[in-house]
Write a protein that binds this ligand. Structure first.
Ligand code: DQA
Length: 145
């Protein structure tokens, strides 16, 4: 079993980007954490892009391969209807998609309080640092298909 862990814009800069908000760990460290905690037989396919079209293409791939998705849409969360529509293709196909955030966007600036993704996501986990991804992995594993 494969799980896609998709990360949007500026998340490739984790480690040095606003460490007060996002911590000191980078994406390779996230991969190590998830691989260590993944159940036997589950493969973590972790990717990051700054490009909206690429992210949309990966969601299409999730539909075509029926692969569950853990998605940190980063800033696209707040305004990308294109990404929302692609994410809706996933959940409408009956494939789990968990929206995750490292920070708690509701405790931050007003513009971060809106997510155009949450309404079509299977569920949302935010505010637990990298553990948000870990909790999402547990959640995906518990969904009966
Ligand atoms: C984020 C929160 C977003 O508001 C922000 O644009 C990000 C990261 C998070 O993981 O906390 O880039 O998705």
């Amino acid at each position: 079993k494969n799980v896609l862990v998709l990360n949007g814009p500026n998340l490739g800069r984790l480690g040095s980007r606003e460490p007060d908000v996002y911590g000191n760990q980078d994406l390779p460290a996230l991969r190590v954490l998830l691989e260590a905690e993944a159940p036997e037989g589950t493969t973590i396919d972790l990717r990051q892009t700054d490009d909206e079209g690429t992210l949309i293409g990966w969601l299409h791939e999730a539909v075509d391969t029926a692969t569950p998705v853990i998605l940190n849409p980063a800033a696209f969360t707040h305004y990308s209807y294109g990404l929302r529509d692609a994410a809706a293709l996933v959940t409408k196909a009956g494939i789990p998609l968990v929206e995750v955030h490292i920070s708690n966007p509701h405790a931050r600036e007003e513009f971060r309080h809106t997510s155009v993704i949450s309404g079509i996501a299977t569920g949302v986990i935010a505010g637990f640092g990298f553990d948000s991804y870990l909790l999402a992995l547990v959640a995906v594993g518990r969904i009966k298909s």
